[in-house]
Design a protein around this ligand. Structure first.
Ligand code: URA
Length: 239
């Protein structure tokens, strides 16, 4: 959308007022001064400001959702239900996407928002977003396991993971459970880390993400809007 149309849609200033603001060097996109009203912009992906005030065509929304198994963490899918379809039609605003991914068979906490730049920053490697998972595996986790994960697991292809914190909850031949915290997000990371240890993940649930915890009051499939304080916390945490 053109910048002038985006500004009009947001109902902030008139086309002429925008031109004046551009002339007086008060219009920025992602921190860069703009000199053309016809510049093509996207309010969901870019931070557009008029004299410091953010341009938003649609209200920013933030949800915390307990993803059930069988649901994909994508915006659309031809075969499976998506996390967006868990939202009621009135909550499904344009531009909403899941912040990060969980495998289809993984349950648990996922954040959703239509704030594009925020999601990008959260997932960018320099922001160490801690994630804790509850894991069940098909064999025992012996007392050497926490050290194995702490040293940084290396996959068969040579990929090295950052140190992870493992707390064993129970261990038996044929079934064990644990809590594990990582601070990166490689594809199928948890499952591959446990495979590298020599066991197979049989159940996986994300318990926390970036300081947000999955509450008992959110059963699988349920979600709620983040409070104003939580939203502010989220934004400052990842600035
Ligand atoms: N690691 C995995 O293997 N799967 C997930 O869904 C999340 C982390």
């Amino acid at each position: 959308m053109r910048l002038d149309n985006a500004v009009m849609a947001a109902g902030l200033v008139s086309r002429n007022q925008l031109k004046k603001l551009i002339k007086s060097k008060q219009v920025t996109v992602d921190g860069h001064l703009i000199d053309k009203a016809g510049l093509i912009v996207d309010c969901h992906l870019q931070d557009i400001r008029l004299a410091g005030q953010k341009v938003e065509t649609e209200q920013e929304v933030y949800y915390i959702l307990n993803k059930p198994a069988g649901i994909v963490s994508a915006c659309s899918d031809i075969k499976h239900r998506t996390v967006l379809e868990m939202l009621s039609p009135e909550d499904r605003k344009g531009g909403i996407y899941p912040i990060g991914r969980l495998d289809r068979d993984t349950e648990g906490l996922i954040l959703l928002s239509n704030n594009g730049p925020l999601g990008y920053r959260m997932l960018h490697l320099k922001h160490h977003v801690e994630k804790t998972y509850y894991v069940e595996v098909n064999d025992s986790l012996t007392s050497d396991a926490p050290d194995f994960f702490k040293k940084g697991v290396v996959f068969l292809d040579g990929t090295r993971c950052k140190p992870a914190k493992l707390d064993i909850l129970s261990s038996h031949a044929g079934y064990s459970s644990a809590r594990i915290t990582i601070s990166e997000g490689k594809f199928h990371q948890i499952k591959k880390m446990f495979l590298a240890y020599g066991v197979k993940v049989t159940y996986l649930k994300r318990l926390s993400f970036g300081g947000f915890d999955l509450e008992d009051s959110l059963p699988p499939g349920a979600y709620r809007t983040l409070t104003q304080a939580e939203t502010e916390h989220l934004k400052t945490y990842f600035d």
